[in-house]
Design a protein around this ligand. Structure first.
Ligand SMILES: Cc1ncc(COP(=O)(O)O)c(C=O)c1O
Length: 506
């Protein structure tokens, strides 16, 4: 039997089953600590995996994995026929830097943020939705992502050995074939005629909105925002110094007259005319023309966030503001994204800007994060040019229309007494806004309870700056039809949990 070093060291290993860290990592960390604090000296022999497993009270496989990790990190080495040892020479960097015995929480130096930084840090953002959750708005069907085609195009790209034009520093405005493909797609799918020079690739609508705000607003300028609105879009304007002017939304979309009454000389309006977020209404033609005319008259800019305009399940798709035959259309910055038609994780979107502004947008992009990933842009360009995007959209329209119907049926069967919604509203987008019939219900508390039991249904009130309406925003695109009823049952349960908690604390 090999001579073993310090068996009590292994015997003292106490796994923490609540930490969530795999056992092999805990064992490796235990060992690492012993090397760094000198309990195990360079050159010391280590137990066999069998002996280690027995002494540490873990499986043999765990011991093997722990050793593999330590070898990879340079804390252990195998010597043929002799077993495992602590290397005579530990990696210099490890010895010099050492590792703290415990993680030290550093005091966050918030006091040293600039005034602008403090303002930004205090702004609300749309929370990242962690983990799976039913009825999450804003997400497409990941189970229907065209992974096969994407994988094939990706493999082909790498087989062809891309060179500097994709792997190097690129034109910040974007890969030209992608800009051309986006321009062609917008013409065919949205009736929006534009040239590749007017299209700039971004990392998603969020970046498009932020760049436009930075380039078009000075600190203190007023900006109309829809009330309610998409929170991160609104905050991107505020982060760039805008004074937000909430303008009410009714069944016809943003109330242009109300905006003119409170802030006639606002510099910019951020709108979602195709499918208002979160209420889901479509801006009427009358309002669209009024908005364009206001922009033309006052020299204001319109930021048209067309995040899910490709999805209409009945009736003809509406032309974007940017495509309407009105002089004000020249004052529209059209913001688009592949987050909803493909996946948000791709981080690819675009803006269509008047040609005179294209260079300024490209410079601002270069100064922010230089460019989007070259290979992903090239794959998407081929994906669009070969017709896969158009085909995927056709498939998704059928899929999402069915999912929307399934959600409406589940709501009608299980929540008609609790929630109200516009079944006859625009059949569009990826989400449905619902209102609590009992407006005293606390939708923020209900959302908190909902998240804990597997739902991702944000509160409607969080989208308002002014007088809030209460309800939940339900996404249907990413939830399978057979799970809609379960989702609705969970909403009821979340309401019960939140109501019980409210009674307890009252
Ligand atoms: C109205 C609206 N605009 C923009 C976005 C963000 O899109 P992107 O991922 O392209 O930044 C979202 C995402 O949910 C949205 O709902």
């Amino acid at each position: 039997m090999p001579r073993r070093q310090a068996p009590p060291l292994w015997g003292s290993f106490a796994p923490d089953h609540d930490s969530g860290a795999p056992l092999q990592e805990q064992l490796a960390a235990h060992f690492r600590g012993a090397v760094l604090d000198g309990r195990l000296k360079p050159g010391a022999q280590l137990p066999s995996t069998r002996a280690l497993a027995a002494e540490a009270g873990v499986s043999r496989q765990t011991a093997v994995l722990a050793y593999e990790r330590l070898v990879a990190e340079g804390y252990a080495e195998g010597r043929a026929g002799a077993g495992m040892f602590v290397p005579a020479l530990l990696p210099e960097a490890l010895l010099q830097i050492g590792r703290p015995a415990a993680v030290v929480a550093l005091e966050a130096p918030t006091g040293s943020l600039s005034a602008r930084g403090r303002g930004i840090a205090a702004l609300p953002i749309t929370p990242a939705r962690r983990g799976p959750g039913l009825l999450s708005p804003g997400l497409p069907a990941f189970d229907a992502f065209p992974a096969e085609v994407w994988g094939r195009l990706s493999a082909q790209l790498w087989r062809d050995r891309p060179t500097a034009d994709l792997l190097g520093y690129m034109e910040p405005a974007g890969h030209l074939p992608l800009r051309e493909a986006v321009a062609a797609h917008l013409g065919a799918a949205r009736g929006l005629a534009c040239t590749a020079e007017e299209v700039l690739i971004t990392s998603g609508s969020q970046q498009g909105i932020a760049l436009a705000a930075r380039l078009l607003l000075d600190p203190g300028d007023q900006a109309w925002v829809e009330d309610p609105a998409y929170v991160s879009g609104r905050s991107a304007l505020a982060a760039n110094g805008a004074r937000l002017v909430p303008v009410p939304v009714d069944a016809e979309g943003l109330d242009v007259g109300a905006g003119e009454a409170v802030a006639p000389h606002a510099r910019l309006a951020l709108v979602t005319p195709s499918h208002q977020y979160p209420l889901g209404v479509t801006m009427s033609l009358r309002r669209r023309l009024a908005l364009l005319d206001w922009a033309e008259r006052t020299g204001a800019w319109i930021l048209e966030d067309d995040y899910d305009g490709d999805f209409r399940y009945a009736g003809r798709p509406l032309q974007p503001l940017r495509a309407l035959p009105r002089p004000g259309a020249a004052r529209v910055i059209y913001v688009g994204t592949f987050a909803k038609v493909l996946a948000p994780g791709l981080r690819l979107g675009y803006v269509v800007v008047p040609r005179a502004l294209a260079e300024a947008f490209a410079t601002a992009r270069a100064l922010t994060d230089r460019q989007s990933a070259g290979p992903e842009q090239a794959i998407l360009a081929t994906f669009i040019a070969e017709g896969h995007l158009a085909q995927h959209l056709r498939r998704m329209r059928v899929l999402y229309a069915a999912r929307r119907e399934a959600l409406l049926a589940a709501l009608a069967a299980g929540a008609a007494d609790l929630l109200a919604w516009e079944a006859e509203g625009p059949q569009a987008g990826l989400h449905l806004a619902t209102h609590f019939r009992e407006q005293a219900l606390d939708d923020v508390a209900i959302y908190g309870a909902a998240r804990r039991i597997g739902l991702q249904t944000p509160p409607l009130s969080g989208s308002f700056l002014g007088a809030a309406q209460r309800g939940l925003v339900l996404g249907f695109a990413g939830t399978a039809p057979e799970r809609m009823r379960e989702g609705v049952t969970l909403i009821r349960r979340a309401v019960e949990i939140a109501s019980r908690q409210a009674t307890k604390t009252a």
